[in-house]
Design a protein around this ligand. Structure first.
Ligand SMILES: NC(=O)C1=CN([C@@H]2O[C@H](COP(=O)(O)OP(=O)(O)OC[C@H]3O[C@@H](n4cnc5c(N)ncnc54)[C@H](OP(=O)(O)O)[C@@H]3O)[C@@H](O)[C@H]2O)C=CC1
Ligand SMILES: O=C(O)[C@@H]1CCC=N1
Length: 268
């Protein structure tokens, strides 16, 4: 059971989600300090500081969860410190290892890209490190293992793609649920019922896809009874690859924004 101190800098939407996931995981024993100037409250047992302590004190593990555009605000605070954390886990979209190294001189740096369902232990966290040794890599993976699926990415260039797919993905799927529910509403269903049906349908389909040996294309065919109604709906999604083209454009736009954020962080 790991007991070294963890500092979480930024406890907004994603930092807060990871914190909830960690505190709910069996055997969690690390003392946690949240450093965030504005967050309203933190769970029981968590220390809240409004700014980074000015002395040389450093945690065992530092989790950086501020917005990429806020990195410049904390950089001078780290520059003034003599010590360094043992492990830095950065969840900043876009911001590259070389940029992080210039800000926090941790012994090991691991980039992580979690997604919002980590708060219920059903998330995805992608990890990348250019130079962490096996011990640090397994420690980083162990830290996020209780939050859901963990996937290593070998090439940092692919991190923007992973961010677009699984990091941003819940946002796209929430929009899909909303659109599906509204389409049901347009067919006459009460709004609340349409939302329950759409949400449960996406949940059940994802669970089935995750547990099946068959791919999503085969599963879609299993729903589409010959001569039936699903095929008519799939024909709309498939015409001119309408849905696939929309998803390609969606992920590309997100990935390009990550590259812009990286460039901005690189130039300080
Ligand atoms: N949201 C998501 O689903 C995901 C987000 N990420 C990454 O997580 C990071 C945070 O995103 P998100 O949670 O959405 O953003 P939020 O704005 O919700 O959270 C950032 C938090 O950090 C606080 N903060 C600002 N400045 C400082 C500072 N100097 N020291 C400490 N805390 C500070 C912010 O306060 P204030 O609001 O007042 O500025 C806010 O509470 C980003 O880098 C993003 O790329 C990664 C994966 C998924
Ligand atoms: O929107 C963002 O920039 C962050 C990164 C991944 C999800 N949210």
């Amino acid at each position: 059971m790991a007991t070294g101190a963890l500092w979480l800098i930024g406890a907004g939407n994603m930092g807060g989600a990871m914190l909830r996931g960690w505190l709910a995981s069996p055997g969690w024993a690390r003392p946690v300090t949240v450093i965030d100037p504005h967050v309203a409250e933190v769970p029981n047992g968590v220390t809240l500081l409004r700014e980074l302590p000015s002395g040389d004190e450093q945690p065992d593990i530092l989790v950086l969860a501020i917005k990429p555009q806020q990195l410049g605000d904390v950089a001078p605070l780290f520059a003034a410190k003599a010590g360094a954390p043992r492990l830095l886990l950065s969840i900043l979209a876009g911001v590259e290892t070389t940029t992080l190294k210039n800000v926090v001189g941790a012994d090991a740096i691991v980039r992580a890209m979690p997604n919002l369902p980590v708060s219920i232990g059903e998330g995805v966290t992608a990890l990348y490190s250019s130079d962490a040794d096996n011990g640090a890599r397994s420690e980083a993976a162990g830290l996020v293992a209780s939050l859901g699926l963990v996937e290593w990415v070998d090439d940092e260039k692919l991190f923007d793609a992973v961010t677009a797919l699984s990091g941003c993905g819940p946002g796209f799927l929430f929009r899909f649920i909303e659109a599906m529910a509204q389409a049901g509403e347009a067919l006459g269903l009460p709004a609340a019922q349409a939302l329950r049906l759409a949400t449960a349908t996406v949940k059940g389909s994802a669970l089935l896809a995750a547990s099946s040996n068959e791919g999503p294309a085969v599963l879609a065919d299993r729903v589409a009874s010959p001569g039936g109604s699903t095929r008519e709906g799939l024909n709309v999604l498939d015409r001119d690859e309408a849905l696939k083209a929309l998803m390609r454009a969606t992920l590309l736009a997100a990935a390009e924004r990550n590259a812009e954020l990286a460039a901005a962080a690189r130039s300080g």
